[in-house]
Design a protein around this ligand. Structure first.
Ligand code: FEO
Length: 170
């Protein structure tokens, strides 16, 4: 496997695992503030991030690359408010989108068509990732504090994690 792609994909594997850590930390924050619906949404998000990480893990192995797991940075543990946490999530997803776009650029540069094809799933996924975080931000801005917040909490409690048939699928 192309060395540069291997290194960049291992970096992304780490970044996706960090994303899971970040959202699990947000989930713990919401648990601590008794917003169980928000906590549920973030927990599902964390599970999805682990699947993203596993996609890179599987692809690296399938291409005969070497997976190298590295230390995961500690995520923040506190936020000022639910809006603050979701703004953080949205900004984080924008960062991840830029990373994915960078990987696509690299795959094109290195003429690695398989890597490019693999990455297209993530290009589409990032549109959804940014949009779902932004949707909650907009709801929170409309609702303000109090009753509106608890209505959103009830709504976010409904999000469920669906396990794909194989870990490589999202
Ligand atoms: Fe794996 Fe939220 O991007």
């Amino acid at each position: 496997m192309n060395e540069k792609i291997q290194e960049a994909f291992n970096k992304q594997l780490n970044a996706e695992t960090y994303s899971a850590y970040l959202y699990l930390s947000m989930s713990a924050y919401f648990e601590a503030t008794s917003l169980r619906g928000f906590a549920n949404w973030m927990r599902v998000q964390a599970q999805e991030e682990l699947l993203h990480a596993m996609k890179f893990y599987t692809f690296l192995n399938e291409r005969g690359g070497r997976v190298v797991l590295t230390a995961i940075e500690s995520p923040p543990t506190e936020w000022q408010s639910p809006l603050d946490a979701f703004k953080n999530a949205y900004a984080h997803e924008q960062k991840v989108t830029a990373m994915i776009n960078g990987l696509v650029d690299l795959a094109i540069e290195e003429r690695d068509h398989a890597a490019n094809a693999f990455l297209q799933w993530f290009v589409t996924e990032q549109v959804e990732e940014e949009s779902s975080a932004d949707a909650v931000i907009q709801q929170l801005k409309l609702a303000g504090e109090g009753g509106g917040l608890f209505m959103i909490d009830r709504e976010l409690a409904a999000r469920v994690f669906t396990m794909p048939t194989t870990p490589a699928q999202g």
